[in-house]
Design a protein around this ligand. Structure first.
Ligand code: HEC
Length: 199
C-alpha cells in the first residue's frame, strides 16, 4: 500500500469520525473507490508479472532448444570426423602392411638368389639345347636320348666330353651331339651339366 493510499484512508477515517450521515456515506464511497483502485493496480501488477514470467520461461526454453540443436550438430560433426579418421587410419595401416609384405617377399627372393646363385653361364649354354631336350630337360631328344634333367653332374659332364671327343654314341646320334658341344670348353660343359642336374 503506497503513501497516497494510506493518506486517503487516514483522511477518510478523519472525515468519517468528524461528519454526519451524509459525510459518512461519501467517506465510505471514497474508501470503496480507493480499495477498488488498489485491487485493480494489484491485479494489473500481478498480470504484468505473470506475463513477464511466461515470456522469460519461453525465452529460456527457446535458448535451451537452440543449445541442444547446436550440441547435436557438433556431436554429429565430431562423429563424422571420427569415422573419417578411422577409415583413413585403417587404409594407411593396410597400405603399410601391403608394402611391408611386398618388401618381405622381395627380400626373401633376394636372399634366395644370394644363397643359391643362378647358374647364368649354364643357363645361357643350355638355350640351344632346349629345342630337343625341352626347357625343363624332360624331353627325350628326337625320341632317342634319356631325360637330361636331374642326372648327376659327373654323369652329364662325362657324356658331353664323350660326345665332344667323338667317343660316345648311344643311339646313333653321337655325331649330332658332337656338333652341339664341339665349341664348348670344360668350364662351359661343367656349367651346363650343373644346370641340367639342378632341373
Ligand atoms: C637336335 C637335337 C638335339 C640338340 C639341339 C641337343 N641334343 Fe643332346 N641329344 C640329342 C640326341 C638325339 C641324343 C642321343 C645321342 C646318342 O645317340 O647318344 C642326345 C644326348 C644328349 C645327352 C646324353 C644323355 C644320356 O643320358 O645319354 C646329353 C647330356 C645331352 N644330349 C645334352 C645336350 C646339351 C647340353 C645340348 C645343348 C648344348 C644338347 N644336348 C643339344 C639331341 C639333341
Amino acid at each position: 500500500m503506497n503513501k497516497i493510499t494510506l493518506l486517503s484512508l487516514v483522511t477518510a477515517t478523519v472525515l468519517f469520525t468528524a461528519c454526519g450521515e451524509d459525510a459518512k456515506k461519501t467517506v465510505t464511497d471514497a474508501a470503496t473507490s480507493v480499495s477498488d483502485s488498489v485491487k485493480e493496480t494489484a491485479t494489473s501488477v500481478s498480470d504484468t508479472v505473470k506475463e513477464t514470467a511466461t515470456k522469460a520461461v519461453d525465452a529460456t526454453k527457446e535458448a535451451a532448444e537452440a543449445a541442444s540443436d547446436k550440441a547435436a550438430e557438433v556431436a554429429e560433426a565430431a562423429s563424422d570426423k571420427a569415422v573419417e579418421v578411422k577409415e583413413a587410419t585403417e587404409k594407411k595401416a593396410a597400405d603399410a602392411a601391403t608394402a611391408l609384405k611386398e618388401r618381405a617377399a622381395a627380400t626373401t627372393e633376394a636372399v634366395k638368389e644370394a644363397v643359391t646363385p643362378e647358374n647364368a653361364a649354364g643357363k645361357a649354354a643350355y638355350a640351344k639345347c632346349a629345342g630337343c631336350h625341352g626347357a625343363d630337360g624332360k624331353t627325350k631328344a628326337l625320341g632317342k636320348s634319356p631325360e637330361v634333367a636331374g642326372q648327376p653332374v659327373a654323369t652329364l659332364v662325362e657324356a658331353l666330353k664323350g660326345y665332344k671327343a667323338g667317343t660316345r654314341n648311344i643311339s646313333g646320334m653321337g655325331m649330332l651331339m658332337k656338333g652341339q658341344v664341339a665349341s664348348m670348353d670344360d668350364a662351359t660343359i661343367t656349367a651346363v651339366s650343373e644346370y641340367m642336374s639342378a632341373m
